[in-house]
Ligand binder design. Sequence first.
Ligand code: HEC
Ligand code: HEC
Length: 341
Amino acid sequence: MITFGIMKLLVIVLMMTALGAVYSISGLYGYDSSSNWKTMRVMDFMIEQGYEAPNYFIQDIDSSKARQGEDLVTIGYTRIDKINTKRISKHFVCINCHNTVPETNELSQKDPETRFDYMMKNKLPFLPGSSLYGVVNRTSFFNGDYKKKYGSLADSAKHDLQSAIQLCAEISSEGRQLEKWEVEAILHYLNSIQLNMSDLNLSTKEVELIENGSKTDKLELVQSKFLSAEKASFGFPLAANVRTKGKNGDWEKGEYIFKYGCMHCHNPEGITTFTLEADQLNRNFLKNRMDKTNRKSIYEITRTGTQPKKLKKTYMPLYTYEKLTDKQLEDLAAYLNYKPN
Ligand code: HEC
Ligand code: HEC
């Protein structure tokens, strides 16, 4: 009996020692960023190099808040104690206009065609708003011409993600002011979809710098690998006499824009009363109005969008040149005009 007791004790002591050893090894090497950076979030890595994170960065994400935030963004309300909370908007949910996944694998690239090819390959919704993936990593919001559209509201949202969320809930979504807990929940969710080091597509040379460079060099490199602001240039409808109506376009690209962009909102179950389907009849409707200088023409509507009305608040946001180039518009025209059969 006694020897058994001693044996047991011995086993326990041995196990404790082994565990202790494992812990001390992980203590020695586990926090060494030179081996760990690959699985880090970009913001955490930047902070390690001395970067001062903005106040909308959340270090420890609360997963239940993040889940509520995801509900608010994707379905417009959430449930608390089995009761549905009040909808943010009767007219829109955030994902009518924003994706929540990366829209490109070249985050530092401003070229709209690179983004386009990635989006088409991955069949992503082709939308007027910027993706909310990585929005926490940006330092300014409602940039460029959105300042013209939203004036002082855009100014106050300029460097403040909380205000940008409020602006979008109230104005862009034709909804209401968010409560404090809602903004917080959305922030937790947005922090859960921030950039990771693995998103940056680093070359072998860059990896070398990440592992051996100075803090300043590392920070500079990482910051050069993604855009800190989404540019926005409002376009002008092409004059009717220079519209080539798809003659030089790629109809397959146009088909993607139609099905994953226009139909995202104009599908029969969508948010508008003007429904589009990917058939000849619907194509003809738009095809026959391309020359027009009113909002039935794809050349006009994509650049101007529509305005919310008193009784019908659902409106169409415009596509900036960054989100839809004139060349891509030409592809859409080619789909309407030149798709075989
Ligand atoms: C009707 C379309 C629409 C809806 C609905 C909408 N947004 Fe937006 N949102 C936009 C547009 C357009 C911008 C302009 C800047 C951009 O995204 O490029 C924008 C900007 C933003 C920005 C700043 C992004 C940046 O990089 O400048 C955030 C954050 C945002 N929206 C969050 C939300 C949230 C959260 C909701 C839901 C409560 C929402 N939006 C609903 C159209 C919309
Ligand atoms: C974010 C949602 C959204 C997207 C994306 C969108 N639209 Fe719209 N569109 C609307 C809304 C809302 C209206 C307002 C009319 C309504 O609801 O009846 C509208 C209006 C229109 C009209 C005018 C209809 C009329 O009777 O005056 C046309 C034409 C149109 N859209 C074409 C397009 C095309 C082409 C695309 C793709 C390039 C597109 N839309 C993408 C939401 C959207």
